[in-house]
Write a protein that binds this ligand. Structure first.
Ligand code: TRP
Length: 342
């Protein structure tokens, strides 16, 4: 397969699927790591973007309102950055019941032992302190995720590194299904982001809602300014004239991604390392760049948020398109499994 350097994608038109769990608003980490890619891929491939509300419920069964309200937030975030519902099939997982049906069939193709070995699920279970009291739906979410991907026969799935074990398990399901019932599904290929994972404003780890170190696409200009001003830089860079560290300095990590004037950035780094460039100055630069970048997204988001009914209509339309494909695939699956009676 020839890779296209510019898009990190594949030469011929393929079916691409990716999704978000609606458990919170999307932030700059999502933007850099996946949303920008979606805007690009929708012009090249047949793209599906799913709001994974069923998956969100696997560890939020007692919080249906949280999931419900975040469906609209995640929809707004995607639309605001430019996911175009005329190019992308943008839909809600729970409204495609064929995905649930496919999940039931796939559950026979995995063992409990294998589910318990999935390193991503293992980590998440540890974080949530589940042990043996893990909801069965949570332990089996990789199976349901395989159904998310395969109902539309997607072969490319853009994901972060943490999702690779989930895709590996999906491919085992593809293999098992095909060997038992005949060739219905193709192997899935992960598409990894070429940009490194965006660090949170605290500099400690990746940007994440639970760590409270995120800049949201919906943040106001005041909030963005405040968060950049709080960013971790170099604790030993106390006076302007002290030499400072660029590596591990969150402000420079962000400038590396967002500052288009690479020559100027190089000079600033040199000056910072030598001493004589203050944190406030580099932070001011980053604030201006982020504001330029995020203001049009925020404006568009605010505009769309005024009409939530319209947003739901967009999702309903996308869901209808997804269902047509899902019904088609399930017909083929039932035939292959010899459960096509009438
Ligand atoms: N598990 C993914 C996440 O936490 C969300 C997701 C659900 C997904 N279904 C998917 C991603 C299918 C890719 C393909 O980010």
């Amino acid at each position: 397969m020839v890779k296209n350097k510019k898009t990190d994608s594949f030469d011929e038109k393929r079916v691409v699927l990716t999704g978000d769990r609606p458990t919170g608003k999307l932030h700059l980490g999502h933007y850099v790591g996946s949303l920008l890619k979606r805007v690009e891929l929708q012009n090249i491939h047949d793209q599906y973007v799913m709001i994974a509300d069923v998956q969100a419920l696997t560890d939020n069964a007692e919080n249906p309102d949280k999931v419900r309200s975040n469906v609209i937030e995640v929809a707004l975030d995607n639309l605001a950055v430019g996911v175009d519902p005329t190019k992308t099939t943008f839909f809600i997982q729970s409204e495609v019941p064929e995905i649930a049906e496919l999940t039931v069939f796939f559950l026979n193709l995995v063992t409990l032992a294998r589910l318990k070995r999935n390193p991503t699920v293992k980590d998440e279970m540890k974080q949530k302190g589940y042990k043996e009291n893990v909801p069965a739906g949570f332990l089996t979410y990789p199976v349901s995720q395989a159904a998310d991907i395969l109902f539309c026969k997607a072969t490319i799935v853009p994901v972060g590194e943490d999702q690779l074990p989930v895709l590996e398990q999906a491919n085992e399901i593809v293999h098992k299904f095909n060997s038992l019932y005949g060739e219905v599904f193709e192997k899935i290929e992960p598409l990894m982001s070429s940009t490194p994972r965006l660090v949170g404003i605290d500099g400690k780890s990746k940007m994440s809602k639970s760590l409270d170190n995120a800049i949201y696409l919906s943040d106001s200009s005041e909030v963005i300014e405040k968060k950049v001003m709080q960013m971790y830089t170099d604790p030993d860079h106390i006076h302007v004239n002290d030499p400072g560290k660029v590596k591990g300095n969150v402000v420079f990590e962000y400038l590396d991604i967002f500052d288009e004037d690479k020559d100027e950035l190089k000079k600033l780094k040199a000056q910072y390392k030598k001493g004589g460039l203050g944190d406030v100055e580099i932070k001011r630069r980053l604030i201006a760049i982020l504001q330029d970048h995020l203001a049009p997204i925020r404006d568009r988001r605010e505009y769309l948020a005024k009409d939530p009914k319209k947003v739901m209509e967009i999702l309903e339309e996308g869901t209808k398109r997804a269902r047509v494909v899902a019904i088609e695939t399930l017909k083929e699956v039932r035939e292959a499994m010899r459960i096509n009676y009438f």
